[in-house]
Design a protein around this ligand. Structure first.
Ligand SMILES: Nc1ncnc2c1ncn2[C@@H]1O[C@H](COP(=O)(O)OP(=O)(O)OP(=O)(O)O)[C@@H](O)[C@H]1O
Length: 340
């Protein structure tokens, strides 16, 4: 058995916050993009959820790293180790050998040649034999089920952890794209700062993210959608005594308002730069929101009210890119022109 070499096909969304791997149409890995390394030897100790549990809780011998920042690789060697660790999870059943891989990887559309090279190198070092790269908005559009080859303009707004990417797609190509380094992570840090300033309580990045997921809102009025207040515990910044704080969606809406406004401005600029024929299609078809940030309560309504254009939230916003990369992988010949 160990003498056979076979090729395994996997599609990967290598994200700032989460990395997803699809194989045989199934999501086989869905893990936070985190690795824990031995501080002295750089040997990998844990990856994904296990490493995220160690995040902000390490001691001197362990460091946890998020190898991607702002949607691009910030730490090459950690990224490679993370990819290896996550790919190993896919074929953990067969310990005898690791197959060579045919991979499609979603990459931010604003990536420079150097960044693309870095992703490809990391994939090749992690046993990737045929490595194809696909731009994330294109993959997301395919994953959402849009006919990307039609002579129709479609706009995708992908709000991830590190970056928001906005792209107009028509006739199998990206007509225009823009990317800002403002997305979910910035909302989380707004909340962290707000908790310190307003409530004098120190909260970790993970806790701030939980607050965002429970009571994050783009609107100060949510009507029926309004979530209950969320209670957190943390140390008083000054006395270090334990504090209990109830957080309401309204106060979170206020504290993240300026960051949401940056995303709105980016959408506005993208619309201004869209050729008129495609603009008309977009107004009719609506704009697709995807990425984890698309799930922020009140966001699609806020954008609809501002732009007077329908906004649709993708069915499974955390997985659109991976799904689309998976479809591209199965149709490499048909979609070859979409990949590099
Ligand atoms: N229910 C939710 N409400 C608001 N934000 C959420 C929710 N669920 C997840 N998020 C946020 O979505 C972000 C992660 O989204 P996603 O997995 O699409 O990003 P990514 O692909 O890893 O990042 P990037 O595209 O920047 O590389 C995180 O900031 C996370 O906090």
């Amino acid at each position: 058995m160990g003498f056979f070499s076979f090729v395994q096909e996997i599609a990967m969304d290598l994200g700032t916050a989460n990395t997803i791997i699809i194989s045989d149409d199934k999501i086989v890995v869905d893990e936070p993009s985190v690795v824990a390394l031995d501080r002295h030897t750089d040997k990998m100790i844990a990856v994904g959820k296990q490493a995220k549990m160690m995040y902000e809780k390490t001691h001197d011998n362990i460091k946890t790293i998020r190898p991607l920042r702002d949607g691009v690789i910030a730490d090459f060697s950690a990224c490679e180790q993370m990819m290896r660790g996550l790919i190993k999870m896919v074929h953990s059943g067969s310990k005898l050998f690791s197959p060579s891989l045919r991979m499609v990887i979603g990459v931010p559309s604003g990536s420079t040649e150097v960044e693309l090279r870095a992703v490809r190198d990391s994939a090749e070092h992690a046993d990737g034999r045929d490595v194809y790269l696909i731009f994330e908005p294109m993959a997301a559009a395919i994953g959402i089920g849009i006919d990307v080859e039609a002579p129709q303009g479609n706009m995708i707004v992908d709000i991830g952890g590190g970056s928001t990417e906005i792209a107009v797609i028509s006739l199998g190509g990206i007509v225009s794209n823009s990317s800002i380094r403002t997305a979910g992570d910035e909302l989380t840090s707004d909340i962290q700062e707000h908790m310190a300033r307003k409530h004098n309580v120190k909260v970790s990045e993970r806790m701030a993210e939980r607050i965002k997921i429970h009571v994050g809102s783009a609107l100060t009025e949510l009507g029926d959608e309004a979530p209950e207040d969320y209670t957190i515990h943390g140390p008083d910044r000054i006395t270090a005594l334990p504090l209990e704080v109830k957080v309401s969606y309204k106060e979170i809406a206020e504290c993240i308002d300026k960051t949401i406004a940056k995303i709105e401005n980016a959408v506005l600029t993208a619309l201004e730069n869209t050729p008129p024929e495609l603009y008309a299609d977009i107004v009719t078809n609506g704009i697709w929101l995807t990425g984890g940030g698309a799930m922020l309560l009140g966001l699609s309504k806020r954008l609809e009210d501002k732009f007077k254009i329908p906004f649709h939230i993708a069915d499974d916003p955390l997985h659109s890119v991976a799904k689309g990369a998976g479809i591209a992988l199965k149709n490499v010949d048909r979609f070859s022109f979409l990949m590099r």
